[in-house]
Design a protein around this ligand. Structure first.
Ligand code: ADP
Ligand code: MG
Length: 463
């Protein structure tokens, strides 16, 4: 056989029995399933053996196999078929303790939750100090409080009850209070979304999903804190969705908290968002002056009773703290504790100038706010991508957030107008001026705009 012929022949053979290029298939998976699903699931599938009309693929666990078979098999088959026309079947083989297994755990960000202590008791423990009796009512939380109490009287009437609000405003306190109220007569499960995730991953690793499902689905009151944690975590969302549905089906009450409303939960599946919004959504706002004063006074009484000591803070000092602390109730209590600690150490009744001194560093804390940070927070807040926000498109849902971000960049950083323009995809400084003017005017006239700006500023200051 001459050389030419040989080449022809091998080319012919390799064409006929072409070994599927798994890397190429993986690239196609990534494209069609999206990064989240890909890194959580598809990436872990390996090619074990190739036959003419079927493939054997390797997966790390039985649960993993069931999961992808029930959700993705058709699409996987279709994808792989585009590489191998003769294919009509896929089989999975569980390859235990392989590298894929540990990778899988890592991908699911277990590193974020490893510090959580691994005890069942630990995560279902309600804090008896966070009850209704010591939750103080104000304009910012009265609706959330009243429905939290109503839920306890009429289980399943508002299902789920969804409480949202920024950090430190009392969400965890309310969830706890509900749990305490109901625990004597119900099987109450209280867990943070983060811990739910931890147990989920642990169960996958131990191949013990049956217990996991039973454990969470047997509760008659299921309380889950900080649900925003599931954002961007596809597999966790799936599991949460199933838990949620089976609890609702059997008539259990669900109470959820989050740092934002269901519609603002980006990177969460639509069907979950609509489930979350399907009961009653109540929100907690930042406290007004009156509520802050009430809380300070109540805390002082609590501390006096607890430590059997007299705390002398005059009205002026209390008002000062209440008006200066603009963030949230957690910070307010922190500041109060700091002042009380100081007065203990120095054994004196503090006046307002002492307080000013003590708190100088707290209130003047320099927060470094950058244009980048503003852009990120604003685009997140409005649920649009950063690149859309910076793009040249002029539709209002993009243009308004863009203008708000420019306005905040001018107000909250020391950057000049041309510098800000450059950071917004090289826009002219006159565009920035126009944005600042527009938003200034709108936030005077429009309550919604005022509220948005206020909330975004808080988000920026919290970070
Ligand atoms: P979140 O979960 O919203 O971040 P928390 O529930 O942890 O906030 O509240 C932060 C702190 O403020 C807790 O110590 C909580 O007890 C206290 N707190 C919040 N709201 C109130 C309130 N209305 N009355 C009394 N204490 C409150
Ligand atoms: Mg909380």
């Amino acid at each position: 056989m001459d050389k030419n012929n040989l080449e022809k022949q091998t080319a012919f053979i390799s064409e006929e029995e072409k070994v599927i290029n798994w890397q190429e298939v993986q690239v196609a998976f990534k494209k069609s399933f999206g990064n989240e699903v890909y890194t959580s699931w598809l990436e872990k599938i390996s090619l074990v053996k190739e036959y003419n009309d079927y493939l054997i693929l390797g997966v790390p666990t039985r649960f993993f196999r069931d999961w992808i078979v029930s959700r993705y098999l058709d699409k996987i088959l279709e994808q792989v078929k585009s590489f191998k026309l003769s294919l009509n079947r896929i089989e999975f083989k569980i390859i235990e303790d392989n590298k894929g297994n540990t990778d899988f755990i890592k991908i699911n960000e277990i590193n974020k939750v490893t510090e959580i202590k691994d005890s069942i008791l630990n995560y279902n423990r309600l804090n008896s100090n966070l009850n209704f009796a010591n939750f103080i009512e104000g304009k910012s939380n009265d609706i959330a409080l009243s429905y939290s109490k109503k839920v306890c009287e009429h289980l399943s009437r508002y299902n789920p009850l969804y409480i949202c609000g920024g950090v430190g405003l009392g969400k965890t306190h309310l969830l706890n209070a509900i749990g305490l109220e109901l625990q004597s007569e119900n099987n109450v499960m209280y867990i943070s979304a983060e811990r739910f995730m931890y147990h989920f991953i642990k169960s996958i690793k131990k191949n013990d999903m049956v217990n996991f499902k039973d454990f969470f689905r047997k509760s008659s009151v299921f309380i889950i804190d900080d649900i925003q944690f599931i954002r961007g975590k596809e597999s966790l969302q799936e599991e949460f969705f199933h838990t949620f549905n089976s609890l609702i089906d059997k008539g259990s009450q669900i109470i959820i908290s989050a740092d934002r409303s269901p519609s603002k939960l980006d990177k969460v599946q639509e069907r979950i968002k609509s489930r979350l919004a399907g009961g009653l959504v109540v929100d907690i706002d930042t406290p007004d002056f009156d509520l802050k004063v009430k809380i300070i006074k109540k805390k002082i009484i609590e501390i006096q009773n607890q430590f059997k000591e007299v705390i002398n803070l005059n009205e002026e000092v209390i008002n000062y703290i209440a008006s200066e602390c603009k963030t949230n109730i957690r910070d307010l209590i922190g500041i109060l504790n700091r002042i009380i600690a100081f007065s203990r150490v120095h054994n004196k009744t503090l006046n307002i100038s002492d307080c000013k001194n003590i708190l100088k560093d707290v209130f003047n804390q320099i927060r470094v706010i950058t244009v980048d940070k503003i852009q990120n927070v604003v685009s997140n807040y409005f649920n649009i991508s950063l690149s859309d926000m910076l793009s040249q498109r002029r539709s209002r849902p993009l243009a308004r957030p863009r203008q708000i971000a420019m306005y905040l960049a001018k107000k909250m950083t020391s950057r000049s107008l041309p510098e800000i323009g450059r950071r917004f995809a090289n826009r002219d400084h006159t565009t920035v001026i126009h944005a600042v003017k527009t938003i200034t005017r709108l936030s005077d006239q429009d309550d919604e705009m005022k509220k948005n700006i206020h909330q975004i500023k808080n988000l920026l200051l919290e970070q």
